[in-house]
Write a protein that binds this ligand. Structure first.
Ligand SMILES: Nc1ncnc2c1ncn2[C@@H]1O[C@H](COP(=O)(O)OP(=O)(O)O)[C@@H](O)[C@H]1O
Ligand SMILES: [Mg+2]
Length: 535
């Protein structure tokens, strides 16, 4: 066989755009499986709406509508009351992959990479050949509409039919057709996704019209905006060499020392002086843009040798105890709730995160099964519900490790919902699809502690309920024999059978005093006091 020359082989050498890459690897964006693909697209649109509204200081009201166009083909319409997108940016924002207002900031938001919306545009055009329709307005003056798609070869937007309309529309309305998708009323479907979103976001109002035209409204339970997360600087310990170089290359500082102080959290002149002791080969007066890989490596090593003040978690905003309580009452209406929130902890040595957990019992908690009930785990990252990939998620891992029996909880047979929300400016997702949290040890540990704390608060209540139920069972079993027993005793002793039966009943009732009040647990007041005070 004749050898093929490199020149020949490299005639085929080509560069590809990121859009082409995702066209080939759409599963990385969450577009795998018909049910999941539909949820992914809805998720991308609504999270963008929430982020945009919250950033603008507007309480989000979002409408989601699904229309079946053909088999496995749906139209998704999402409309919000947010700030909208200025005309010159709409193409870039919604039809360019890796473009957005969030990627370059270190702030806790739902979107991070600038992939979501353009990913939807790409998925729609790949499966239907159609463009996305957009309407945007500020509520003042004219709104505009346009159609969008992506030139995937260049990862550039194609904007057509751009024009103003005479409508005082405020917000963003986005509409697209998607094929290879399927609607399902299951734990993995759009309805459940929105229900869980409402659970973790009591300040949001969601109106949902399903493919059959049925309307559901998740009403706003709290009229105040959640506290705004503030941008924060990355902590030196959370960095990889590549991160450090990227920051350095875009720095506006003249000297490396100034760059370090301005860019990273907890970095001071004193710290820089300490670092100099460890990174002897690094010139701290050099232009940061000239930083080399070996120097960055040496710096990182030095970072790990000096002592740092723990990262500040004040920029992270969890849902909050009262908000969780209100939302759970509103949506699950449980008999009992217990909530816990942990203080900020760090993973990878430097990235702060906060875990909060709740356990709800009764009402609409858990899952209805053929035999009765089973428990379920509601996973959230920065208030966004995670419906897929639960096997690989840190939350599932942590939950599996807990000895539920110790807390009188049986996830196989009780109506229990466990809610876990992990908040951070940098959630370590285990894939680009962002459906599960990576199994970082520190995160798993914090989740376990949070869930166990919440479980402890509900332990007594469930214990009481279980005891009650057992007592009631025994009571009714014995009562079933009371008549027979009285009759036999009457025969033997010759005494009045009716009187005997009454005394037996009284005796049994005295022995099981709470048994005939089964579904009224004695201490509703006690119970919630217990839940409120669970520290
Ligand atoms: N509903 C919306 N209202 C206002 N701006 C939006 C909306 N949806 C998307 N955007 C803008 O488009 C950008 C790109 O969105 P996306 O591709 O989902 O990336 P990400 O959410 O990760 O930033 C956002 O950063 C935001 O600036
Ligand atoms: Mg997004």
């Amino acid at each position: 066989m004749a050898e093929v020359k490199a020149e020949e082989i490299f005639k085929e050498f080509k560069e590809h755009s990121i859009a082409e890459f995702f066209k080939k690897n759409r599963q990385m964006l969450g577009y795998s499986g018909k049910v999941r693909s539909l949820v992914t697209a809805v998720h991308e649109y609504v999270t963008n709406s929430f982020d945009a509204c919250e950033e603008a200081g507007i309480l989000p009201s979002v409408t989601v509508e699904l229309k079946e166009e053909a088999e496995d083909k749906y139209r998704i319409i999402v409309s919000d009351n947010g700030p909208g997108i200025p005309k010159p940016y709409v193409g870039k924002a919604l039809a360019t992959i890796l473009a957005g207002t969030k990627f370059h900031r270190y702030i806790q938001q739902r979107g991070q990479q600038g992939i979501g919306a353009a990913g939807c545009t790409l998925f729609s055009q790949m499966t239907t050949g159609k463009q996305i329709f957009v309407k945007s307005g500020t509520g003042k003056g004219k709104a505009y509409t346009c159609h969008l798609s992506i030139d995937t070869v260049r990862n550039k937007p194609i904007v057509t039919d751009m024009g103003d309309i005479e409508e005082k529309f405020k917000g963003l309305h986005i509409e697209g057709e998607f094929a290879e998708v399927k609607y399902e009323m299951s734990d993995h479907g759009v309805y459940e996704y929105l229900r869980r979103t409402a659970l973790a976001n009591p300040h949001i109002e969601i109106k949902y019209v399903d493919p059959e035209g049925k309307e559901s409204v998740f009403v706003r339970a709290i009229e105040s905006m959640p506290e705004k997360p503030t941008p924060t600087k990355p902590h030196p310990l959370g960095l990889a060499i590549n991160d450090l170089l990227e920051f350095a290359q875009t720095s506006g500082n003249r000297k490396l020392s100034g760059f370090l102080i301005d860019t990273f959290s907890r970095m001071t002149q004193n710290k820089v002086n300490e670092l100099k002791e460890f990174a002897k080969d690094v010139d701290f007066d050099k232009d940061p843009r000239q930083l080399t890989w070996p120097e960055a490596q040496e710096l990182l090593k030095a970072f790990s040798q000096v002592k740092w003040i723990a990262p500040d978690g004040s920029h992270i905003k969890p849902i909050g105890e009262e908000q969780i309580r209100t939302a759970l009452r509103n949506i699950l209406d449980p008999e009992f709730i217990s909530i816990s929130q942990r203080k900020a902890a760090v993973f990878k040595g430097g990235i702060p995160f906060i875990v909060e957990a709740a356990v709800a019992f009764g009402g609409g908690s858990g899952k209805k099964t053929d035999e009765g009930y089973s428990g379920n785990i509601l996973r959230f990252a920065n208030r966004v519900p995670l419906l897929f990939d639960n096997g690989s998620c840190a939350i599932t891992m942590a939950a599996r490790d807990i000895q539920w029996k110790r807390y009188n909880i049986d996830l196989d047979s009780q109506p229990v919902s466990i809610l876990v929300n992990v908040s951070s400016a940098h959630i370590p997702y285990s894939g680009v699809g962002k459906e599960s949290i990576a199994q970082e040890d520190e995160i798993i540990d914090e989740i376990k502690l949070a869930v166990m704390e919440a479980a402890r608060g509900i332990q007594k209540y469930i214990g009481g309920k279980t005891k009650l139920r057992e007592e009631a069972k025994r009571y009714s079993t014995i009562m079933r024999y009371a008549k027979q027993l009285a009759s036999d005793l009457g025969d033997i002793t010759g005494r009045d059978k009716e009187k005997l039966e009454k005394s037996i009943e009284q005796l049994v009732a005295k022995h099981y005093p709470k048994a005939n009040k089964e579904d009224k647990p004695e201490q509703e007041g006690n119970a919630s006091a217990l839940a409120e005070g669970d520290e």
